[in-house]
Design a protein around this ligand. Structure first.
Ligand SMILES: Nc1nc2c(ncn2[C@@H]2O[C@H](COP(=O)(O)OP(=O)(O)OP(=O)(O)O)[C@@H](O)[C@H]2O)c(=O)[nH]1
Length: 603
């Protein structure tokens, strides 16, 4: 008995040991997986740290070989003096010539019988070919490709969203919609399935005055672009029952009466949902019709990569550059906080599937920086696409702000005095970044430890204000001439009718919501509040001021380290495996937040 007890005890212990071992192993596995996932979902647009340098070097070894040598750096030693305009003209010509080569990477054909490894190898191979083609383009000395997403796993997220979606919603920033539009992505969606369509969701429309929305609406219509003006910010405010500024409400009602029949109006949440559903349904039914007409097996050649919807629901995928407001839009549409929103680009890492109703599913894709010729790295920082906090060339990025915003407006917003151009300079020239940064530091007493103006701190704040809309700016459609003049004129107009705004909601909400007419009192309020905390505003920069600035810095350093608490993401997700294609997906189930009967009745 005793022996058997010993034996069973031994067995029991062995079982417990085995169990513990398994637990430990699965913990390690899970940890490794988490590490792996964390690693591959980091957006890579630049080489900013040592790990990335090593990784890039490993990748470069794959990218370049004897057959595909690395581009050589060419130095112009003959001293030929080509003017800047001439260089720019030649560059533009070259860009137009190679525009079709600047493509979004395509997912190689696949089917459900392929193993995860096979799929992985194929995708990596195709991605490498794509990277090589872009590297070859960069050999052309007249072409500059701005930073773009180089992490295959982020592109994989996009591929899956594209395949799943019936309707693709490309979210763009209303202040410069074409900067954020990627026509090749629209073409790719049609390659996957000719019935897929793309809708341009022109978000942050609260930052674009009504008259400009009208111009853009005409441009989109004349170019056959499906679009909607939208403001995730104002939609969420309405949802939360927050009072908007008087000005915003007046603007809205003016819009209702003047533009009720045209497309310049900003959609409400229910209208947006209804429109998305209608568009997606039209796609599904046209696909159904054509499938019925086609003989089996005669469908398009890329069927292996496509998963058209066969069930009752339609899928709408949200794609776009980082920071354009995809997550804010989803949150506003779903009616609650489902995805994290910050002003730092690249927050969304995994695509998320949100079941809105039995009929409508939304997919939120991580933001992607598409390859482009047209913009500089600095424009990308100023557009919020590349993170401000990682920027090193702050003067170049601030120059974008100085070039796009009228001098007097900058002076008014920040209550600063910018130095006038010298008599021998063009009087209409914009302020230089150095002038703007120094004037800003001077007014606020921002001094670095070396005793010089703290330009980095000033640059970060100015760029954040520019991205958040506190410094008004916007582009007009290409056909509209004298862009700068118009912007200035509009800002001028906006200023003149900028009357006392009454805001009942909290301060932070106010400042961004009430900027519907380009530049508003709220923009000024933010800056004035900021100014109030500095006794030095407008003072002549002196050692005293610098010392005062330093003291302030010391005094405020305690409170400065207090980070604004980050809102927690909703974690009611269900994580599972994708349909055998090796990718984890996150699903969020959400009770319908809208009165569907009401929507159906109104459509
Ligand atoms: N004024 C204004 N700001 C907005 C609007 N929508 C979003 N924003 C702001 O834009 C910033 C980025 O919003 P997100 O929703 O995180 O953008 P995203 O496209 O999901 O960003 P990624 O996660 O990087 O892909 C946040 O600071 C938002 O508050 C809008 O309609 N109007």
């Amino acid at each position: 008995m005793g022996g058997s007890k010993d034996k069973s005890g031994g067995l029991g212990r062995a079982l417990v040991r085995k169990h513990n071992q398994m637990v430990q192993q699965s913990k390690e596995k899970g940890h490794a997986l988490r590490l792996q996932q964390r690693k591959f979902l980091e957006s890579v647009t630049d080489i900013s740290d040592i790990d990335a340098v090593v990784e890039q070097a490993e990748e470069a070894a794959l990218l370049y070989s004897a057959e595909n040598p690395a581009p050589t750096l060419r130095i112009d030693l003959d001293g030929s003096s080509v003017t800047t305009e001439e260089t720019r003209r030649l560059q533009k010509e070259e860009e137009a010539l190679h525009a079709s080569s600047l493509r979004v990477p395509r997912r190689p054909p696949w089917n459900s019988r392929m193993s995860a490894e096979e799929l992985d190898v194929n995708e990596r191979q195709a991605f490498l070919v794509w990277r090589r083609s872009l590297a070859r383009l960069e050999e052309n000395e007249r072409l500059v490709i701005t930073p773009f997403e180089k992490n295959i796993d982020i592109w994989r997220q996009l591929w899956r969203v594209l395949e799943r979606s019936d309707l693709l919603v490309m979210v763009v920033d209303a202040r410069d919609p074409l900067f954020y539009r990627c026509p090749d992505l629209e073409a790719y969606a049609r390659e996957i399935d000719e019935h897929k369509r793309t809708l341009l969701l022109v978000n942050k429309a609260d930052l674009l005055p009504l008259a400009e929305r009208k111009k853009w609406a005409e441009y989109f219509k004349s170019n056959g672009i499906l679009f909607i003006f939208w403001s995730a910010k104002s939609a969420s405010a309405v949802l939360e029952g927050k009072s908007l500024s008087k000005k915003w409400e007046e603007e809205e009602s003016a819009q209702e009466s003047i533009y009720s029949d045209i497309d310049a109006k900003i959609y409400g949440r229910d209208e947006l949902l209804a429109r998305l559903q209608t568009e997606a349904k039209a796609i599904v039914s046209s696909r159904k019709d054509s499938t019925e007409m086609e003989t089996p097996g005669a469908s398009n050649s890329l069927d292996s990569t496509s998963e058209p919807t066969t069930s009752e629901h339609v899928v709408v995928g949200f794609v776009g550059y980082p920071n354009v407001g995809k997550s804010s839009t989803i949150n506003a549409v779903v009616g609650g906080k489902r995805t994290g929103v910050t002003s730092t680009p690249g927050k969304t890492k995994h695509f998320q599937t949100l079941i809105i109703s039995e009929e409508l599913i939304l997919c939120d894709c991580p933001g992607l920086v598409f390859p482009s010729f047209s913009s500089s790295r600095y424009e990308m920082i100023a557009s919020g696409v590349l993170p401000v906090d990682r920027m090193t060339e702050h003067r170049e990025a601030v120059q974008v702000v100085a070039n796009n915003v009228p001098r007097h407006l900058l002076e008014k917003i920040y209550n600063i005095k910018l130095p006038k151009p010298k008599p021998y300079e063009l009087q209409s020239r914009p302020p230089t970044a150095a002038e703007l940064l120094r004037a800003y530091c001077l007014s606020r007493g921002h001094v670095s430890s070396s005793g010089l103006p703290d330009e980095t701190r000033a640059a970060r704040q100015i760029l954040k204000d520019y991205i958040d809309g506190k410094i008004p700016h916007f582009k007009l459609p290409p056909e509209t001439d004298v862009e700068g003049d118009k912007t200035e004129k509009e800002n001028e107009n906006a200023r003149s009718d900028d009357e006392s705004d009454e805001c009942e909601s909290d301060e932070e909400e106010e400042s961004s919501l009430s900027s519907a007419a380009g530049f508003s009192e709220q923009n000024l309020k933010h800056v004035l509040d900021d100014l109030e905390s500095f006794e030095l505003s407008g003072a002549v920069f002196s050692n005293k001021a610098a010392a005062a600035g330093r003291n302030k810095k010391v005094q405020s350093s305690k409170t400065k380290n207090h980070k604004k608490p980050q809102r927690k993401k909703d974690r009611s997700w269900r994580v599972g495996n994708d349909d055998g294609d090796g990718m984890p997906i996150v699903k969020v189930f959400q009770k319908p937040a809208v009165n569907w009967a009401g929507i159906r009745a109104s459509t």
